[in-house]
Design a protein around this ligand. Structure first.
Ligand code: SF4
Ligand code: SF4
Length: 78
């Protein structure tokens, strides 16, 4: 399963990332960060669907999201 980490302190709540996620994993939370922005969070019911596509990280203007992509290991031929 791929996953993301959100540096919520740096998020500006622009919601660009929510518009590109093919699995609708990113949503705006109700809380404000210390800069006064409503930061994005993962929808707990959907986050295991993360594809590791990194669309969210690529579109974020502030480098808030890190993607950890799960890579399937190849079987070795002997
Ligand atoms: S890596 Fe892709 S699937 Fe995962 S949260 Fe970001 S946009 Fe959505
Ligand atoms: S694109 Fe970046 S700054 Fe904008 S809401 Fe998403 S994580 Fe926050």
């Amino acid at each position: 399963m791929s996953r993301i980490e959100i540096n919520t302190l740096r998020c500006k709540g622009c919601l660009l990332c929510t518009s590109v996620c093919p699995e609708d994993i990113l949503i705006q939370g109700d809380d404000l960060n210390t800069n006064g922005y409503k930061f994005v969070i993962c929808d707990e019911t959907k986050k295991e669907n993360c594809r590791g596509c990194a669309f969210c990280a690529e579109i974020c203007p502030d480098g808030v999201i890190e993607v950890y992509k799960t890579v399937k290991s190849k079987k070795r031929d002997s």
